[in-house]
Design a protein around this ligand. Structure first.
Ligand code: GAR
Length: 227
């Protein structure tokens, strides 16, 4: 790992996987540029050639790579190619940022303890898709986003940090998604900072925060935790 330009924290090398807009990718790029986030994005890889996030990567001089899942006969061939491509960049962490494909067991196993995902709900509530509409339909008091380690259980790995937003009577899925995404853009860079600073680590599947077992997710409060 190379030294960060600001301090003594080594840069955490990551590869970011996307499928779409890449606003979380952009939040990480911005935090590196503006807040000294000690992270080096070695590549952005998309399974979709038209993902807008690829343009964001190119604009930031980050290698933008397509591994198009439709070009493969089956998932295991696709994931083997994806894994090979990721590993060329020797990342310490693989960061799923709106990557919208379910991953197979061998792939998840290969990155065990070093693959993160951001999910638009307060896990364990609403794993899977359409989380905002489901939260509205369930009339929850609060909704939000979670950063978690990826395991073989869909959206089920240990949660590191969550941020919540209240559900408003006038909310529809679009307005709610927008407020949740604003929170996502805080908590993903923050979780990466903690990994880079080695405040967060994973040992034998257990998440440690400041050397203590993380028994429940950190709850992000933008007024107090914005460092
Ligand atoms: C984000 O809201 C993220 O939480 C969600 O996709 C969006 C991607 O936005 N991820 C999932 O639903 C994963 N199951 P982005 O491309 O603008 O970062």
């Amino acid at each position: 790992m190379s030294k960060s330009h600001r301090g003594h924290t080594p840069m955490l090398p990551i590869v970011v996987l996307i499928s779409g807009s890449g606003s979380n990718l952009q939040a990480i790029i911005d935090a590196i540029r503006d807040d000294g986030l000690p992270v080096e994005i070695r590549a952005v890889i998309s399974n979709r050639p038209d993902a807008y996030g690829l343009q964001r990567a190119r604009a930031a001089n980050i290698p933008a790579v397509v591994v198009d899942h439709t070009a493969f006969d089956n998932r295991s061939d696709y994931e083997a190619a994806l894994q090979q491509r990721i590993d060329q960049y020797t990342p310490a962490m693989v960061v799923l940022a709106g990557y919208m494909r379910i991953l197979g067991a061998a792939f998840v196993e290969h990155y065990q303890g070093r693959m993160l995902n951001i999910h638009p709900s307060l896990l364990p509530d609403f794993p899977g898709l359409n989380t905002h509409q489901r939260a509205i339909d369930a009339a929850v008091a609060a909704h939000g986003a979670s950063v978690h380690l990826v395991t073989n259980e869909l959206d089920g790995g240990p949660v590191i940090i969550q941020a919540s937003v209240p559900l408003l009577v006038e909310d529809d899925a679009t307005t709610l998604a927008k407020r949740v995404q604003t929170q996502e853009h805080h908590i993903y860079p923050l979780a990466l900072r903690w990994f880079a600073e080695q405040r967060l680590s994973v040992k034998a599947g257990e998440v440690l925060f400041d050397q203590q077992p993380l028994n429940q997710p950190v709850h992000f409060n933008s007024d107090t935790d914005a460092t």
